[in-house]
Design a protein around this ligand. Structure first.
Ligand code: UD1
Length: 446
């Protein structure tokens, strides 16, 4: 049964591809904006409810299309999903009998890989189609499978499906060859009910890894060390349902911080954990942007006549500068004085937005994983295309600062991860509209 008190829509590519953002740039953003729950935490926490014996209530869930896809997968598997309010979901997975997630469901988002760990932890087996998601270059899952194998599971890939099966999941030492958020979270889910002690070394330390551990612990798991390189998980017999609130979205917050900066505005960004924003705050201050930190909010503003300064940035695993903020900060550096260098340290192909920004007058040259940005006096509005989620966000930011009108196509990428972006920006004074064409020909309801 899929009972939705609030109508959350799963955009179908062919329909929402017709939606565009129209932005008239040049308005200094002013006011307050409230950040939603973290996408990357919520897309892991929702599948993890499969591990609980009772119903879970998850609060501060962002209203984005990736979440709609996850709830749809859970619902199709037999879970009862009920929206208690716009951001609170009650999930009861007692009725889930299947351990299979087919391609039709997983192709839309990378996070569908979390069903591997969740179902392995629950059923001792999982059959999940290889995940989709943003096209940022090769995105292997070898470390996920290595982790499952260490716990005693057999893993094979056939006909596009990953088959994972374990007679007895047994705690073990798992050493990751690279720092992977997804593999760390997946192995935590598989290990919480395995017998004995699992030790994950070279674990990812991102805020959403910690949030996942906190959620599992609130259900009765025994996980220590999340947020450090070594996570220890002592298996428990069962997990109970829990009520849990997702952390605020660090990347959404960072995006609005850049929006305030690039428009030379003055914005109070509410519902954030400033500690999670430190790498972003450090770089913004280096560029010349002022950031005032409070307990659960940050104010971002730019003094009159202050020029943005160029800088160098290399994206790294947490607590380094997040790769998911790389396109957005690049948009700002397009307007900085001098030459900035961005080195992408995580993904092979994360500069697809550069061509689009150049259509708006930016001066960027890309060589492999390095982009050299020569600051320009101004950007000018142009028709552009969002090539992925954060690339789309970068184009919105550029459009807000540009002279004239920017028309952004393929905004379904943006809607995967930003709740009501046009509404939030309009609340800050931006001139942004959602343009729908040929609505009668399409239907995007679940
Ligand atoms: C998560 C985030 C994504 C973010 C990324 C890096 C979610 C849903 N998505 O993605 O927004 O950009 O972290 O912070 O949380 N790798 C392997 N083998 C593996 C797994 C990963 O080689 O088995 C490599 C990847 O190719 C990449 C690096 O490790 O170069 C980091 O990837 P990973 O941390 O796993 O990213 P995701 O969990 O997919």
């Amino acid at each position: 049964m899929h009972r939705l008190c609030y109508n959350i829509e799963v955009p179908k590519k062919e329909s929402v591809a017709l939606e565009k953002f129209l932005i008239t740039g040049g308005v200094k953003l002013k006011g307050e904006v409230t950040i939603s729950g973290a996408k990357n935490a919520a897309v892991a926490i929702l599948p993890a409810t499969l591990l609980a014996d009772g119903p879970c209530v998850i609060e501060n869930v962002p209203n984005i299309s990736d979440i709609a896809v996850i709830t749809r997968i859970l619902s199709d598997m037999g879970a009862e999903i009920r929206y208690l309010d716009k951001t609170t979901i009650e999930i009861n997975t007692a009725g889930v009998a299947s351990h299979i997630v087919p391609y039709e469901m997983t192709k839309q988002l990378r996070a569908s890989s979390y069903f591997m760990g969740a179902m392995l932890g629950r059923f001792g087996k999982a059959k999940v189609s290889l995940p989709g998601g943003c096209d940022l270059g090769a995105r292997p899952i070898d470390q996920h499978l290595k982790g499952f194998s260490c716990l005693g599971a057999d893993c094979t890939i056939e006909h596009g499906m990953v088959n994972i099966e374990a007679r007895n999941l047994t705690g073990s030492q798992v050493y990751f060859d690279c720092n992977s958020v997804g593999a760390t979270i997946n192995v935590m889910m598989a290990a919480v009910k395995a017998s004995g002690l699992t030790v994950i070394e070279n674990a990812a330390k991102e805020p959403h890894v910690v949030d996942m551990a906190n959620f599992l612990n609130s259900m009765g798991a025994d996980i220590m060390g999340a947020g450090t390189d070594v996570i220890k998980i002592r298996g428990v017999g069962r997990l109970r349902g829990a009520c849990y609130s997702v952390i605020p979205d660090q990347i959404e917050a960072g995006t609005y911080m850049v929006a305030a900066a690039i428009t030379r505005g003055d914005v109070l960004i509410r519902n954030v954990i400033p500690k999670h924003l430190e790498p972003i705050i450090t770089k913004l201050e280096r560029i010349g942007v002022c950031v005032d930190q409070f307990d659960e909010s940050v104010r971002v503003w730019v003094p009159d006549r202050r020029k943005f300064e160029c800088t160098s940035i290399k994206t790294m695993a947490h607590p380094g500068f997040p790769t998911d903020m790389q396109p957005q900060i690049a948009a700002l550096l397009c307007l900085a004085e001098g030459t900035s260098i961005i080195t992408e340290g995580i993904f092979d192909n994360r500069f697809k937005y550069a061509d689009e920004l150049m259509r708006m007058g930016a001066d960027i040259s890309v060589d492999g994983k390095v982009a050299v940005i020569q600051g320009v006096e101004a950007l000018t509005g142009a028709p552009v295309r969002a090539t992925d989620l954060r690339a789309g966000a970068a184009l919105v930011l550029a459009g807000l600062a540009a002279r004239g009108c920017t028309e952004i196509e393929d905004i379904y990428h943006i809607q995967r991860g930003y709740e009501d972006m046009e509404g939030k920006l309009r609340g800050l004074g931006a001139r942004i509209a959602l343009k729908r064409s040929a609505v009668s020909m399409v239907s995007s309801a679940v």
